[in-house]
Every structure is written in structure tokens, then in C-alpha cells.
Design a protein around this ligand. Structure first.
Ligand SMILES: *[C@@H]1O[C@H](CO)[C@@H](O)[C@H](O)[C@H]1NC(C)=O
Ligand SMILES: *[C@@H]1O[C@H](CO)[C@@H](O)[C@H](O)[C@H]1NC(C)=O
Ligand SMILES: *[C@@H]1O[C@H](CO)[C@@H](O)[C@H](O)[C@H]1NC(C)=O
Ligand SMILES: *[C@@H]1O[C@H](CO)[C@@H](O)[C@H](O)[C@H]1NC(C)=O
Ligand SMILES: *[C@@H]1O[C@H](CO)[C@@H](O)[C@H](O)[C@H]1NC(C)=O
Length: 215
């Protein structure tokens, strides 16, 4: 984990320096609009998002995020067909893919958000050995619950259960904590910040009829 956060830290520092805007605004993030707000979560309508993504076979959220980010970081640093360097963006997203058997997850997808300039043009293809894929998400609604501190192997599932419970109580009464839903963890801060950290659990919202969410 330490290495990942060193990398994150370096990447964030590198992009921060060359920018004239304040650090808080220096990183591009995907655009969204809040369509529903509750005390402990919200529903966001995201615009289309393009990600460069790394599939990692593993059993640890932390180790898999570190490995996947390492591959993505090389892409950002120019390991692509045009030797293009990219700015760091936020968040780094790790999708937890539930196992079919219902046991512990055995794969993770780590994602780097491609700057909006690549919404309508293809980014340079990654070097083949990095084994990365371009993922384009259509505009859709995502339920989001924030949590602070570090995102770790021993808390991400609990945070996801918290979101499932909140959704089940209010908007989505069919939701059940015993089902294996896909979810993602969005991380916004480098490791040098022990406090003031922001992470989020993301879950796709299906069948929620708020404005713009209808599938
Ligand atoms: C992960 O496992 C799947 C299925 O076993 C395999 O097809 C894939 O190539 C593996 N990917 C990596 C990056 O190791
Ligand atoms: C994660 O990586 C660390 C360091 O390489 C290792 O000690 C640990 O066993 C790994 N954890 C899992 C669950 O694979
Ligand atoms: C790669 O570079 C070539 C030549 O400069 C340019 O025409 C092309 O648009 C670039 N491709 C991408 C995906 O940036
Ligand atoms: C869960 O994620 C996997 C891998 O991205 C995808 O194939 C599957 O369709 C997703 N399932 C749902 C219900 O979104
Ligand atoms: C963590 O990231 C969030 C979102 O970008 C930012 O608002 C916040 O200031 C960051 N926290 C620290 C301690 O840098």
C-alpha cells in the first residue's frame, strides 16, 4: 500500500506544481449532478466517463489497487503509442468484482479517469504489456456514500454494506445485504494526508426513476 500511495503522491505532486490554480482545483474529475440527497448518501447523475482500466486477479483490495495503479501510472508517464504524458486525475477507482460462487472477490478493476479532452477522441493505446483497457461508461446514476480515513481490506466491504443498508431503507427496498452487488471504491487523496481524506463507495443505481436516471 505504501508504494501505491507514494506513486499517487508523486503523481499528484507532479501535476500540482505546473498548475496555477489552487491544489483543490488542479485535478480533473468526472462531472456529475446530484439528483437526490439523503443524510448519508446521494444519487449522482454522471456524464459519460472514459476510464483506462487495469484488471487485476487478486484477493486483496489494497494489493490489487496498488498493482493496478502501478500499470496505469506507467501509461500516464508515457507508456503508450504516442508517448503522451497525462495529468493525474481524481478519483482512482477500484471496482470489486464479486465472485460467482459468493466467496471473497478474486478480481478487481482499477481505473484512471481520462481527462474530458478524451470524451470524443480515442486516447493513445497503451503498450500491450501493460494489459490495460479503455472503458467507456454511458451517462448513468450512481449512489455515493462518503467515508474518511484510509480505504483498506478490512473496511471497504463494511462501507459498501452501509450504503446497501441506507439504500434499502429508503429508495431501493428490494436491496438485500446478502446479495453480491458490484461496487467501487473511489479514492481522492495521496497517503501523505492522514486526515481530511475523502473516499466514496459507488454503486450503480438501476430502476431509480429520478430525473435523468431512467435506464
Ligand atoms: C485473470 O483471470 C482470468 C480468468 O482466470 C484470466 O482470463 C485473465 O487473463 C487474468 N488476468 C490477469 C491480468 O492476470
Ligand atoms: C498484500 O501484499 C503484502 C506485501 O506484499 C503481503 O504481505 C500480503 O500477504 C498481501 N495480502 C494479500 C491478502 O494478498
Ligand atoms: C498520436 O500522434 C499522431 C501524430 O502526432 C496524431 O496524429 C494522433 O492524433 C495522436 N493520437 C492520439 C490518440 O493522441
Ligand atoms: C459487475 O461487473 C462485471 C465486471 O465489470 C460485469 O461484467 C457485470 O455485468 C457487472 N454486474 C452488474 C450487475 O452490474
Ligand atoms: C482530499 O481530496 C478532496 C477531493 O479532491 C479534497 O477536497 C481534499 O482537500 C483532499 N484532502 C486533503 C487533506 O488533501
Amino acid at each position: 500500500m505504501e508504494k501505491l500511495f507514494m506513486l499517487l503522491l508523486l503523481a499528484l505532486a507532479a501535476t500540482g506544481k505546473s498548475s496555477v490554480v489552487s491544489a483543490a482545483d488542479a485535478y480533473e474529475s468526472p462531472q456529475f449532478r446530484v439528483v437526490h440527497l439523503e443524510s448519508d448518501f446521494e444519487i449522482r447523475l454522471y456524464k459519460e466517463i472514459s476510464w483506462m482500466s487495469a484488471l487485476v486477479n487478486g484477493t486483496s483490495f489494497q494489493n490489487s489497487t496498488k498493482q493496478g495503479f502501478h500499470r496505469l501510472y506507467q501509461y500516464l508517464q508515457g507508456a503508450n503509442r504516442n508517448s503522451t504524458c497525462f495529468s493525474m486525475t481524481k478519483p482512482v477507482l477500484t471496482t470489486i468484482v464479486p465472485s460467482h460462487s459468493g466467496g471473497s472477490p478474486s478480481s478487481y478493476i482499477v481505473r484512471y479517469y481520462l481527462p474530458a479532452a478524451y470524451n470524443n477522441k480515442s486516447p493513445p493505446p497503451p503498450l500491450a504489456e501493460l494489459n490495460l483497457q479503455l472503458d467507456k461508461w454511458k451517462s448513468h446514476c450512481i449512489a455515493v456514500r462518503k467515508f474518511t480515513g484510509y480505504a483498506r481490506d478490512d473496511n471497504v466491504e463494511k462501507e459498501k454494506d452501509g450504503l446497501v443498508a441506507s439504500l434499502g431503507k429508503s429508495l431501493m427496498q428490494g436491496m438485500d445485504q446478502n446479495q453480491n452487488y458490484n461496487y467501487s471504491i473511489a479514492q481522492y487523496n495521496a497517503s501523505k494526508h492522514p486526515t481530511g481524506r475523502i473516499n466514496e463507495v459507488w454503486m450503480d443505481v438501476l430502476g431509480f426513476a429520478a430525473e435523468g436516471c431512467a435506464q
